[in-house]
Design a protein around this ligand. Sequence first.
Ligand code: 9MR
Length: 377
Amino acid sequence: MGLGAASVAMGVVPDLVRANERAPGPSLAALARGKGLRFGSAVGAGRAGSLTGTLDDPRYRQILIDECGVLVPENELKWYVLRPDARTFAFERADRIAAFAKAHDIALRGHTLLWHHPKWFPAWLNAYDFGKGPAAARNARALLVDHIDKVVARYPQIDSWDVVNETIDPRDGSIRRTVFSDAMGPEQTLDAAFHAARAAAPKARLVYNDYMGWEAGNEAHRAGVLKLLEGFRKRGTPVDALGVQSHLGTEDPAAAGGLGPPQEKAWRAFIDEATGMGYDLLITEFDVNDQALPADIDVRDAETAAVAKAYLDLMLDYRQTREVLAWGMVDKYSWLQGFTPRKDHLAKRVTLYDDAYRPKPLREAVAGALRSAPARA
Ligand code: 9MR
């Protein structure tokens, strides 16, 4: 099926789609591919419910088709979406994204098999009674492994998985407690997830994903992640890469979640340690919060682009960096609009395209970083 036919099948109105302003030069997917990298974005399935609706928007879909070599469902593979109860799997929303990716020959990443944080577990799971003693550990493992088996088997096209997400508590670097870790032990839980993922998807890239960042205030978070990565290596846990989410702030602490300015030296030391242990790197959730920048759009766009370019140049200089994914492609759909809004209530400008689907300086910063990145095998 040609692109035109596929677009019609997806309900695209061709005239509307053609209205998108294209950035000059090669697409981000092509620029990345030329360097042995992949560029892509998160996407939400839309309709039926309150999750982000980017797949419902034909102009958004066109940007994904034009720019992305890989997609990742923003929420649709999370337990709270997939698992209404202990027996049922609700694949319909994730299926829609997988079908879209396949129809347009775009690769797919998975996020996430285990967001190991009780806040993001469905209520039934937090309340689950696994029994007592060794039986509890067995039962917990059975539930976790069954989930991973079934989800991974459903999407053989997924070749890169965030197996475990955000298990480190940024306050003290410890592993978060959940019903799984209470029943099985913390390391045992995380190891079980990676072993199950490896068994179910022997060829996929298996990733530990977290939001430790380069801003001051992330010290305990980074240390905790390094300790976790070290433990994986010591125990022979099959983890291929560290997912560095890369929700960047700008110089103002208010835009960096209350954190301080970037600590480039400490950040390089962190990345050196992770790569020194043999881990590859992925930028999994890139965006730049402009929360505390002045109202003036040109000023904001120039500042976010400058922060992005400096950061991406540093990260892409590491040949270990394999993938770059934006956490959404058009400002109005970004999670950051609802998260810590600006004091002046202006819409944030945190992604690569503005609300009229026009490429912004942030898109040019990403393109520039891909252009100057060293090629990797
Ligand atoms: O962008 C996502 C938002 O729509 C969800 O409401 C939220 C909770 O599930 O998760 C957001 O994505 C997060 C990602 O899954 C993990 N890293 C942080 C992201 C931004 O909060």
